[in-house]
Design a protein around this ligand. Structure first.
Ligand code: CFM
Length: 474
């Protein structure tokens, strides 16, 4: 039986099926954790909510837009900034965040009037900004405020202003993934096809599922431009609201994060006949293969080869320097969704790192299949982890570092496991050839930093708490 017995699963037997040791190469169908189910009551999940998935992951990287949440201020504040989705024109989307600021009285008496007033006020405060994304939250959805109607009224009363409505309150799915799905389809239904692009190239793509974390999109955009390819719009990193209305006119959808954005690609194929090509910009080989694939599609593979040769010449020696020093480093690779399968094998083949555990907070079964199949035998795979399992796994596996997000990362720091943030990054971008070297450098600095040897572990393995809320459930 490949299931991994955590202390949590002694109290919550259902958790047993969510952690699996890959073993020595048994049939993989037995070695996959269950994926993308509702979180089991009694365990505190690390997942985000469907509002966060819609707003923080996909909506807010759009750069020339007022992002306004209809709800209490905490929803907006906690989905702001930390992902570092920068833009190339002044970072309006990072400098400001907007909330209607619902209070108790609004829950009782309704908040539509206040919302309308606040939308108008926001547009007046920033007269150069003509577009808005408006997000439903749990509080406003539960009392039934009709944000679509308010958006319509505003667009009538303020000509030239556009409001996109995203109806994805926090409870609209088991995790942030539910919000990805909702905003994908909402954008397609409300906005795509409402503007026409200027075409200047024979090769025209949409770049989908790329959020410009610390400049990832700009690295990849540079390669596409050097191949003579026009990007109509990027969904959504560094993306412009009006450009994203033109997605229907591309010849090809180039899809990076399939977990968060395959929905819009698949619908663009159905409705507009645009083919979907999945690519991968993390790692030298993966990036090179991706540029080649796109090159073949348009018959410009010579241009792809030229860029690959130039970039290898420029960056490969640096990667090799780090790789020589990272051989055998043990890592827990604990991202949210697709990075587990984008990264697991590239870290091994290009840096010599042993990924001893993968987890995904909200990945679907297919993400686990792809991730686990790319891992070495013996890897521990965990679906929808919780803090106790994470701590136990770190003690058992003794990794040299973990790559994860800020919440589990802070826990790791407390037990002196070096942590690298792979959601907002440390010194990104991490995409493309240059980005992969930057990641190698961050891993090197993380692992070789003397800071961790200056402190001693003050919690031993036997002291892992098991009684925080779990004891009540038998
Ligand atoms: Fe896609 Fe992402 Fe990810 Fe994701 Fe995310 Fe992210 Fe992530 Mo954090 S869209 S699934 S919901 S690659 S925010 S940029 S790093 S969990 S692995």
């Amino acid at each position: 039986m490949p299931y991994h017995q955590f202390k949590v699963s002694e109290c919550l037997p259902e958790r047993l099926h969510h952690a699996v040791d890959k073993g020595a190469g048994e049939d993989l169908t037995d070695a996959l954790p269950l994926g993308y189910l509702n979180t089991i009551p009694g365990t505190i999940s690390e997942r985000g909510c469907a509002y966060c998935g819609a707003k923080h992951v996909i909506g807010t990287p759009m750069k020339d837009v007022i992002h306004l949440s209809h709800g209490p201020v905490g929803c907006t504040y906690d989905t702001w900034q930390t992902k570092r989705y920068i833009s190339d024109d002044g970072n309006f989307q990072l400098k400001y965040t907007f909330a209607s600021d619902m209070k108790e009285a609004h829950v009782v008496f309704g908040a539509e009037k206040m919302l309308k007033k606040n939308i108008a006020e926001a547009f007046k405060a920033f007269p150069n900004i003509n577009s808005m994304t408006l997000y439903q939250t749990c509080a406003s959805a539960l009392i039934g405020d009709d944000i679509n109607a308010i958006a319509e009224e505003i667009m009538e009363e303020m000509p030239g202003k556009k409001v996109f409505v995203c109806n994805s309150p926090g409870f609209a799915g088991p995790s942030q993934s539910g919000g990805h799905h909702k905003i994908n389809l909402a954008w397609l239904n409300q906005m795509v096809g409402t503007a026409e692009p200027e075409i200047w190239s024979k090769y025209v793509i949409n770049y989908i599922g790329e959020y410009n974390i610390q400049g990832d999109q700009e690295i990849m955009r540079d390669y596409f431009y050097r191949m003579g390819i026009q990007i109509l719009a990027t969904f959504t990193g560094n993306g412009r609201f009006d450009d994203l209305r033109c997605l229907h006119k591309a010849q090809l959808n180039v899809l990076e994060c399939a977990r968060s954005a395959e929905y819009i690609c698949d619908e663009l194929r159905v409705r507009y006949g645009i083919p979907r090509m999945d690519i991968d910009g993390f790692g030298f080989e993966a990036t090179a293969d991706s540029l080649r694939k796109i090159g073949y599609f348009f018959g410009i593979e010579d241009k792809a080869e030229q860029i690959i040769a130039e970039e290898y010449a420029r960056w490969k020696p640096e990667l090799d320097w780090y790789a020589a020093r990272l051989q055998g480093v043990k890592m827990c690779l604990w991202p949210g969704g697709s990075k587990l399968w984008h990264w697991a094998h590239m870290l091994k083949t290009e840096m010599g790192i042993n990924v001893v555990s993968v987890y995904t907070k909200f990945g679907h079964q297919g993400d686990m299949e792809k991730g686990v199949s790319r891992c070495e035998p013996g890897t521990l795979a965990i679906d929808d982890p919780n803090e106790l399992e994470s701590v136990e796994a770190m003690y058992e596996l003794e990794p040299d570092l973990i790559m994860t997000g800020k919440r589990p990362g802070e826990v790791a720091k407390k037990i002196r496991v070096p942590y690298l943030n792979v959601h907002g990054y440390h010194n990104g971008p991490y995409k493309g050839f240059e980005g992969w070297v930057r990641l190698a450098k961050d891993i090197y600095n993380c692992v070789y930093s003397p800071a961790h040897s200056l402190v001693h572990l003050d919690i031993s393995k036997d002291e892992i708490p098991t009684d925080r809320g779990f004891a009540t459930r038998q």
